[in-house]
Write a new protein. Sequence first.
Length: 647
Amino acid sequence: MQKISSRKKRNVLLTLSIATWMITPAYAAAEAVATRDVVITATRTEQEVKDVPSAVEIITQEELAAKGAATLRQALETATNISFGVDGMKGSTVSIRGSDARHVLILIDGRRISGEVSLERGNSFEIDRIGMENVERIEIVRGATSALYGSDAMGGVINIITKRPDKPQLSLEVEGRKADTFSNGRNWLLRYDAGKQGRFGWSLSAGERKEDPFTQSNGDTNNYYGIRRPFNFQGEWQIGDQRKITFGLDYLKEETKRISGSTRYVNDNQRTDYHIGYEGKTADTDYKIRFYQSVYDKDYESRNKNTNILSGFDVIKRTINTLEANASTTLNQNHILTYGAEYRQEDVRGTRIDSGKNSYILTREGKTSAGSEAGLDYYAGYMQDEWVVNDRLLVISALRYDDSDKFSGAFSPKVGATYKLKPNSRLKANIGYGFKTPTTTELYHAFQMGGLYYFVGNPDLDPERSVNYDLSWEGEDGPLSGKIGIFRNEIKDLINTYDTGETLSGGKIKVKSYNNIAEARMQGIEAEIGRKITDKLKFKVNYTYLDAQNKKEGIRLEDRARHLIGASLSYVDNEKGLTGSLWGTWKGDVIDSDRNTKSYAIWNALVSKELDPTTTVYLGVDNIFNYKDYDNWINGTIYRTGIKMKF
């Protein structure tokens, strides 16, 4: 049930957060570690992948290079039980275990990023926006992780961990791509690492990713095309052997467009992220305190593609401010306690919001748009215990409490266990609860989508809630490794759109809103097998069977493959400086929006050659067999070639 917290309660919670910040050591979270066998995101502490109970996967820098991955989408292509889609406004989305995109929390170094705000568009475009130029590794946690990360993590977490400015180096990468007979874009990136100069270290990078249109026979483009320009600065100031201050700035400029019928839709967006933190270690505690801000400015226009006359426009600015303090303390040889507090403030101002607060009117080329402001304040505290029961059993339990100035508080518990059957064989089990609060858009929406629908918000919405179970076995036998498990995720109070029965413009435009009526269930099987064939050649394949149901209507959810296979074969010869990769995915029995089923496979290949210690060239082919699906941005074969130089 919705409620308004008292000023006293807000002050108490904020005081608790600040007090924790000032007097409590915090964990050193979301940093790259020296070995690929260690994961941080699952527990907010360094844990061996073999030991952590959660279903996790790590994509290393070496694997990113083997694919020539330039974007997050390319990096995630063969990850277990991850799939991509396209929302109603033609934005790219990502799903874990069949969850909606809005239930997947994407982090950069453990920080939330601001982006699209509407219900179906929580992560729209992010897998295309986020580049891999500064990435050290990617950690994926499948299943509910609200016990540590709160709202938006019902389906899982994707944490992108960036490189640190450790050693002096200048690197340049240039890539060109072609599809059929026309140019299909280019990428370039320049990065400079100053390394550590005394106590200070810093890095700077800038680049451009250009995407050309994929035009259908009727003149429509099935993709947003244009230019994205990222800029990144990171710095570290070492105070002592165990303490340092970190700070940074990320900026992304995005100019994209799409043509549909006689209309050209244009985005002129920018996102700016600032962060500063203090972290260190004592004899028994790792700690971190930080503040960060993420600001997303969106300017969206629709124009006649022939006359360039403006038909409509929207502007929106979303700002997220976060203050958090965390710690991990070794109590004794059997217990590690992780604890922390968080205060997060989200403010939205734009023409798609109708809250009645600070209303205003904008005029552009004779057209007007009305807007207002809305905000949400979040407060959270959590605690986790890692209990080594004995040499074979590890139990990790966590509990988080989230509250806000708009919704009743929510507890999110989670318990996981790893039991070693043998040194190289183990069982893992988890049960966790998740939740997702409505965004300011679902509460106060006022937006006309095309000439068919007008969406209005519902300020009486409740949060979505879920319970997630999984059980798995994994093990190794020499060069062979394998995993198999089952999972189930039950979601209640799903926020859904519905037709209010009202119309505008003489019955031409239907009015839609939001309510908590839907229930969904995602369950299935995950399996993975890998083998090192020789010292230079290895392969990995994973399979997912997914049963994703709308429980209220008793039908399968759209755009989820019942069968999903990801496979990769890689060759690395360090002596000759030669590498090669072949990877692909097969989606079987996918239901589209028209309730039709389809199956398809996409295969890719890349070969690279080190000409000398400073220069590497590569040649790749995406979508080798030229499969096309315009509704899902699958555009046929793309050839790409590039050069990487390091000095």
